[in-house]
Ligand binder design. Structure first.
Ligand code: ADP
Ligand code: MG
Length: 600
């Protein structure tokens, strides 16, 4: 017979901890939120070994009176609500679960001195066992230290990811909360053994009005480039307000890594809101580009339920359509007003892409028969038209003999170029339409891969090294992979704390926009996580790099150039799809075409 029994308090807390504390970053989040709820002006966060061995959060907030320390650690004990109205919540916390949960899965100590108290007191919990409060030394505020997270729940310990991934997640949480509270100072330090107590993030309290403060904070966290490209958003509709900054479409990212959304001051990742962002930018961005925003929705607490997710990362609006509508209309309006500004940026960038290269012209496709026929040479080394013609013969589209030769190739003989990007070729039994931009991208990628396998991608030194500003965090991430990037023909060096210097770029790409390329590489690093193999990581970065060399789109090509491209594609592995998985060409058999016209 099954026996029903009441679980012990310690077991209940461990079970609850599973929801609230998923990983070190969730513990960091709970502790910072407690500090902010306590009215702190500064919050200092330290961790060791990705937060697995130590997390310490120090604040100068109101503190916890000695006689309430034990209660603070009890389940469902909170000073933030009285339980009578769960729809009227103005603090980050309200569930009274974080501290008991942390105490159940790690070694927790709290030292605190409340305002007006003559001394500080300290209490500890180890795996659910609570000590009596005892005297301690502390000026004012609270220090919460969590050691050996999950030591009491070995199963959870096993599922933790690498220190690097945890550090990244902790950094992400700290930055999000720092955006939510621009008037509070934050520091984040890595105090792992062997380290030197490195401060990895610092943001001093901002001053001025809320918009100034937020702008200053976003500049520190997202970089000067974001701040300069950001539009101020300030709109209200039916009791909901939307404020913050949204970047021009030209400052978009390759992944949704710069979207920071807050509801009543609380960072959220909410599908509804992300969908609204997509809708707002739909006219301006292709689906694979993502807008960069930091936006704050504020409404009466009863219009939104924050109690739908244990870690409170999601919220539920009473009227979701209204929140969505406000975001879409406010952003569209701001973007339309900024249209001129945006379009000048785009125009400049586009003109830049069309500027002739110093060596006189875009890269020319060139098959290299000796090495197996899949080498594209950049224009500076390319043999030029004369040599291509020597290999393929001068192709006049109307030369019947030549066409029959070309036609016998799988991708056929080029007959026309449409809309400056689509090559129409005739094959023996059908037609082929090639997306020249996508094809070029793929060929550059394959060429880069071949170079890398052989001897490393050939680099070309820049006459004038390019210096690009990033946030300190992004700089550090780029420089951490600098040795890998060198193999890809991209040489970076530190340049002060918040800029990097590009010295060399892959020769095959010709002139590129270094900044855009580095941003894409950052996005790629975000997407990768830490699990992938080095070779896979390099290929993924190469693929992004290859996009920046794809200048073929929008360029009129001569028949012989087009044919050279087709032959190149035939000789190149997986040239049938671009680096984003889209096809580089489609083939229609005559029989298909006949069916289209109802001939068969
Ligand atoms: P909640 O935040 O949901 O109330 P917690 O378990 O996180 O629950 O905290 C329990 C209580 O302990 C809080 O309500 C608060 O009174 C007190 N507390 C926790 N951290 C701090 C802190 N850093 N400063 C002052 N009081 C704190
Ligand atoms: Mg809390």
């Amino acid at each position: 017979m099954p026996v029903i029994r009441q679980l012990s308090e310690a077991a209940v807390n461990r079970i609850a901890a599973g929801e609230v504390v998923e990983r070190p970053a969730s513990a960091v989040k709970e502790l910072i939120e407690n500090a902010l709820d306590a009215g702190a002006n500064r919050v200092d966060i330290a961790y060791a070994d990705g937060g697995k061995t130590l997390i310490r959060v120090t604040d100068d907030g109101c503190g916890i009176p000695e006689d309430q320390l034990q209660l603070a650690l009890a389940r469902h004990a909170t000073s933030k609500i009285d339980g009578s109205d769960l729809l009227n919540i103005h603090s980050f916390g309200f569930r009274g679960e974080a501290l008991p949960s942390l105490g159940a899965v790690g070694r927790l100590s709290i030292t605190s001195r409340s305002r007006g108290a003559t001394a500080a007191a300290m209490i500890t919990v180890n795996g659910g066992e609570m000590s009596q409060p005892r005297p301690a030394a502390l000026g004012q505020g609270t220090v919460v230290e969590l050691r050996d997270l999950f030591y009491a729940t070995p199963a959870r310990l096993k599922f933790l990811r690498s220190d690097r991934a945890e550090v990244q997640a902790i950094g992400d949480i700290v930055r999000r909360l720092a955006m939510a509270e621009p008037f509070v100072s934050f520091t984040l330090s890595d105090i792992s053994k062997g380290g030197v107590g490195r401060v990895t993030f610092r943001s001093d309290a901002q001053t001025g009005d809320l918009f100034d403060a937020l702008h200053g904070r976003l500049r520190q966290i997202l970089g000067a480039e974001f701040a300069e490209n950001a539009l101020l958003i300030d709109a209200t509709r039916e009791g909901i307000s939307l404020t913050g900054y949204a970047a021009l479409p030209t400052y978009s990212r390759g992944a949704a890594v710069a979207q920071f959304l807050f509801v009543n001051g609380r960072p959220v990742r909410d599908k509804l809101l992300v969908g609204a962002l997509r809708g707002a930018y739909a006219d301006f961005l292709s689906r694979d580009r993502h807008p960069a925003v930091a936006l704050f929705l504020e409404c009466a607490p009863e219009l939104v339920d924050v109690n739908v997710h244990p870690a409170k990362a999601e919220v539920r609006f009473r009227d979701p359509g209204m929140a969505r509508g406000l975001i879409v209309s406010a952003l569209r309006h701001a973007l339309a007003e900024a249209g001129h500004r945006a379009s000048t940026t785009v125009a400049t960038a586009t003109l830049g892409a069309f500027q002739p290269e110093p060596s006189g012209g875009a890269p020319i496709y060139q098959m290299d028969r000796q090495s197996g026929g899949n080498i594209i040479r950049p224009s500076s080394q390319a043999p030029g038209f004369a040599e291509i013609q020597a290999q393929y013969g001068r192709v006049e589209p109307d030369d019947p003999e030549q066409i029959s030769v070309e036609q016998s190739h799988p991708l056929g003989a080029a007959r026309a170029q449409l809309h400056e990007n689509y090559i129409i070729a005739q094959t023996v039994d059908g037609i082929v339409i090639v997306d020249q931009h996508a094809a070029h991208e793929r060929l550059v990628y394959e060429r880069l891969k071949a170079q890398m396998e052989a001897s490393g991608v050939r680099a070309q030194a820049l006459l004038i090294p390019e210096i690009i500003e990033f946030s300190a965090n992004d700089c550090a991430r780029l420089l951490a992979v600098a040795p890998e990037l060198t193999k890809l023909g991209l040489t970076l060096e530190p340049f002060g704390g918040s800029a990097v210097c590009i010295r060399e770029t892959p020769a095959i790409l010709g002139r590129i926009n270094g900044e855009n390329m580095l941003r894409d590489i950052l996005d790629e690093l975000d997407d990768q996580g830490e699990t992938s193999l080095v070779s896979e990581r390099l290929n993924a970065i190469l693929s992004r790099v290859a996009c920046h060399g794809s200048i073929r789109s929008g360029r009129r090509m001569q028949a012989d150039e087009m044919n050279a491209l087709l032959r190149e594609m035939e000789a190149t592995p997986s040239s049938g799809q671009c680096n984003h998985g889209r096809p580089t060409y489609v083939e229609l058999k005559l029989s298909d075409i006949e069916r289209l016209f109802g001939r068969t």
